[in-house]
Design a protein around this ligand. Sequence first.
Ligand code: FES
Length: 134
Amino acid sequence: MNRKEFLSKLGIGAAFVLTSTCLGSCTKDNAALDNIDFTLDLDAPANTSLLQNGGYIVQSSVVVAKNNNGAYVAATQICSHDDLVEVTFKNNEFYCTAHGARFDQQGNGLNSNGSKGIRTYQTELSGNILRVFS
Ligand code: FES
């Protein structure tokens, strides 16, 4: 899925995408990525991957993972290399399956395809409820 398909899925119309493209700015596109705030019930069957270190899920186009130290980390699923929605969590890093971009858990790029970094989010655990937010 590319950026246009992703924004369409979020309910942002093609006119907006064309307008923002014509203006040559990605700031409006990135606004959707900056307004993330949702919670996950870790007792829910859909979230069982988050109970194991190294596990991850995707919710609202955000990759939410439990790192190898048992802490929760999150980043956008949109890769900064070529705007493809292909980011996952692998080997304790955010990883793009399209062309191999790698990002640390703070969003810093770890190789040339990841050099632009990636948007990360804060997490907060309260009981079995995990909040992910900008
Ligand atoms: S789109 Fe992610 S590495 Fe190219």
